[in-house]
Design a binder for this molecule. Structure first.
Ligand SMILES: NC(=O)c1ccc[n+]([C@@H]2O[C@H](COP(=O)([O-])OP(=O)(O)OC[C@H]3O[C@@H](n4cnc5c(N)ncnc54)[C@H](O)[C@@H]3O)[C@@H](O)[C@H]2O)c1
Length: 301
């Protein structure tokens, strides 16, 4: 995720320092960023690729990397212990009013920012979606000690680099989009585990069905348009009632059963696209289509 952020900041004119404890990961990250910059510029989503590439530098120590930073994004692995340790270091070395944002997919900033004892008020979650350089959404989730100023500055910067920020008003694990995603994912796994459908058909059901509508409007407006002149209220008070039977038979587990993991792995390996393409070719297939969709979505921003 750090690479994706690097691509975005560099393309948008910011001098960008990548920090990692592992030198080899840094070299790989720079190579991938260069490819991502070329891809975006070729797709018409950025310009001056050489200038953008020259804005990237690397560091293996926090002090070297953040001492003069105006904004920092942390993207280490998803664990309170790892993030608290990194926040402590960032807080010690970054200028006092520099916001410290976390890419966390669902951890609570309130449990991380107490490690940044000097200035916990400048700590906030800024959860991106993969690939960071293409998916516009970023979820800002302040912790209990986060200042309004930090949320405001982070929001503004995210807009400047082309993101679509939303703010979580009450801190919850998984924020907004990952909670929605987790609800759908549990049911997707369960349908395959129970033998109702293949993994390939579940994917088709989403991407050729509701997924297309969700890309344009999301569930609320989509249902509003399903209710005719009665709109959302008609859908919810009349048609929605019949969903009770579906909901009663849907998955409710909180730990993924082993059988679902096994069937998911097998199901993906049996997909036509997976048999035909390498992992890298699948990423390109996704990114090329995302670019087309993005151009449509950006025209309505
Ligand atoms: N992978 C996704 O699709 C995705 C999507 C959204 C958010 N996120 C979140 O982004 C974060 C990073 O995820 P990822 O998939 O990129 O992880 P990753 O394991 O690929 O990368 C983590 C990096 O952090 C480095 N690191 C570990 N400790 C460090 C330290 N003390 N100082 C500096 N660098 C250190 C590692 O060397 C590694 O390069 C997580 O919080 C994750 O939940 C991931």
């Amino acid at each position: 995720m750090g690479q994706g952020w690097g691509t975005l900041f560099a393309l948008n004119g910011y001098e960008t320092v990548l920090i990692d404890v592992d030198k080899k990961r840094l070299e790989e990250a720079v190579a991938r960023i260069n490819l991502q910059i070329d891809f975006l510029v070729n797709a018409g989503l950025g310009k001056d690729s050489e200038k953008a590439k020259n804005r990237i530098t690397t560091a293996t120590s926090m002090a070297e990397g953040v001492h003069d930073a105006s904004f920092v994004v942390e993207s280490v692995y998803e664990s309170y212990d790892a993030k608290r340790a990194v926040y402590k270091e960032m807080d010690e070395h970054a200028p006092a009013d520099t916001p410290l944002a976390s890419s966390s997919s669902g951890l609570l900033m309130s449990r991380i920012q107490t490690a940044a004892a000097r200035h916990p008020e400048r700590c906030i979650v800024a959860h991106p979606w993969n690939p960071v350089y293409l998916i516009p959404l970023v979820e800002l989730c302040p912790g209990q000690l986060t200042s309004e100023e930090t949320t405001r500055r982070t929001y503004k910067l995210m807009e400047e680099i082309g993101k679509v920020p939303i703010v979580v008003r009450k801190e919850v694990p998984g924020f907004i989009a990952n909670r929605l995603s987790a609800a759908l994912w549990r049911e997707a796994l369960d349908l395959v585990d129970k033998g109702v459908a293949s993994a390939e058909d579940v994917d088709k059901a989403v991407s050729f069905g509701p997924g297309l509508r969700w890309a344009i409007m999301g569930p609320y407006l989509t249902y509003h348009l399903g209710g005719g002149s009665g709109g959302i209220e008609y859908i919810m008070r009349h048609i929605g009632v019949s969903k009770a039977e579906w909901l009663e038979t849907m998955a409710k587990w909180t730990r993924t059963p082993d059988s679902a993991v096994e069937k998911a792995v097998r199901g993906v390996s049996e997909m036509r696209l997976v048999k035909e393409k390498t992992y890298e070719e699948l990423e390109t297939y996704r990114d090329e289509r995302l670019v087309q969709l993005l151009k449509i979505m950006k025209s309505s921003l």
